[in-house]
Write a new protein. Structure first.
Length: 91
């Protein structure tokens, strides 16, 4: 009986993960990060919010070691790909 319960929990959790991935992938907005335009280092969001900070929003691309690459400062230049695409997003 414990074995059956474990399987059903796995199915439910797996299904929720697929649903979350689908909803995230179908978002119309590309990923956005606040970064230093010179070093491409990720900054706290407040550095971009008030217009007086040193950061600019960077759209799409990926991040590695707290730096971004493969995206753009121009939001319209970044196309958001749907579920099952080969586009990368950072984290």
């Amino acid at each position: 009986m414990d074995r059956r319960k474990l399987r059903s929990s796995t199915v439910v959790l797996g299904g929720m993960g697929v649903l979350a991935a689908t909803l995230t992938a179908c978002s119309s907005e590309p990923d956005r990060r606040c970064v230093d335009p010179v070093t491409h280092e990720i900054l706290p969001s407040y550095e971009c919010e008030d217009g007086n900070g040193s950061g600019r929003y960077y759209y799409g691309g990926s991040s590695h070691n707290n730096r971004v690459s493969g995206g753009s400062y121009d939001k319209s230049a970044v196309e958001r790909h749907g579920f099952g695409s080969s586009g990368s997003s950072g984290g």
